[in-house]
Design a protein around this ligand. Sequence first.
Ligand code: AMP
Length: 573
Amino acid sequence: MPDDLSIEKRPGRVAPNLTPATRASFGWDEARGFLDGLPGGAGLNIAYECADRHAASGRVALRWRGASGERRDVTFGELARLSNRFANVLQSRGVKPGERVFLLLPRIPALYVAVLGTLKARGVVCTLFSAFGPEPIAQRMGIGDARVVVTTPSLYARKVAPIRDRLPGVTCVLVAGEGVVPVGTESLDAALEQASDLWTIPPTSPEDPSILHFTSGTTGTPKGALHVHGAIVHHIASARFALDLHPEDVFWCTADPGWVTGTSYGIVAPLALGVTSVVSEGEFDAEAWARILADEKVSVWYTAPTAVRMLMKAWSGHRELPHLRFVASVGEPLNPEAVRWGIEAFGLPIHDNWWQTETGGILIANTAADPIKPGSMGRPLPGIEAVIVRVTDGVVEVLPRGEEGEIAIRRGWPGMFREYIGNPERTARCFAGDWYLTGDLAREDDDRYFWFVGRKDDVIKTSGHLVGPFEVEKVLTEHPAVVEAAVIGKPDPVAYELIKGFVVLRSGFEASEALRLDILGHARKRLGAAIAPKELDIVASLPRTRSGKILRRLLKARELGLAEGDTSTLETP
Ligand code: AMP
């Protein structure tokens, strides 16, 4: 293992939150001490910690930078007031605690107001990536039993109106921002305008549900991982240790809140710690990003390996970013060259860290306090017991250091998801005894650094987004010319993997370039650009096991020209 390549860091301008002493003495109760709790001992509510308790500070919570150059600073006081109004809007529409409010919004201030307002009303909030097409949206709103949808007029027309008849539980659609208010929806601005500024958050238990995030497995529909208000204890502790957030920081988390990183660290953690966050509505653009880092005086930056690799291509020479002091990344393996590129480009290495939708927050990280081992995800954070295991018939065996196996986490950390909604069987499969089984394969070295090896299943990681192959295959087979389909993640130097599809045509259809493009276009329209296949081959048959399961792994091996392994159970060679 390349320990000798570890990067020793010079002392930074700010003393790291994580020291050997804080590591040794850490307990979750101590982390809870960074929060106030609801007045009068009424429990713990994420929205109160994120807005109300900083309301009098006068500080800026969000520095919003719009896609067309607009600028708006939102103070903690404004966030507290507007989220009160949003809670009143929900109450006046009859929304009850526990009911689900789905947000399909670009990164605009209304998104943050709606997240906090829903939590204040003790609703469950689910943020969906606005680049999803109608199909993934319908699936998720259906599984999540959406009661309210908050979106924009244009997203409504393109993505929600076509599926509205599949969502009988939706009784209220609020649209934010510019444009004519479509029939069957109401203006969010008008509703907020009429609502009261006053709202008392009802008693909230740390075990009450708060945020729902969808994630994907190899088979079946997406899984709705349900989190609780008490997860905020993990969000703030991990943000202090793995992102080294201090109250005076200007923080930029580039992830969209449609993905868990964008809520845990784009909304909850920085707001709860009273830190100013930059919110950029625009899509990735290397020049624009470099400008944001410089002009907004970003001091802590949390991003993703795909973005880092795209920046590596576009960035020229060394740029001084005197305010930047800490950079971290998550979502897929961060190659050692990318870790070191940061030093060349702006004088700081990039700290990789690891977690999942289900874990709610960062569990393993290269921190400000420790040397970085480029290519490693780092070490477990305080309060987290992570091991490498082999599971045989439900029995967990912890493996010695150096051996490859599955990452397992001792259950009980506050950010852990509580269930996949409506799916107790799939929830149960993630646990064995005291351990949560992550589905990721890795090795742990003698210094307790973890090294990512791969996934146990066939899920695909593309540009930091986890995509279930089944969801894509289902849409491909809905094309009239396709009888069966399989998709794989094909290694890509920038996006880590790109989605490649293989389809078999129905009899009577002839393979042609026009048909291939038509199938790709169909998938893009239904799924959205983020999860549609980028490449597609029309093939005569797909390899299957004798029991009929498509062997995606074999397709992948063939695509990459690798050894095909044991094919004795193959039906279609
Ligand atoms: P998600 O639930 O969408 O956040 O995706 C979680 C998955 O992303 C993990 O199970 C890993 O497979 C992958 N992942 C996240 N962070 C890293 C990392 N630092 N290195 C390698 N893979 C990662």
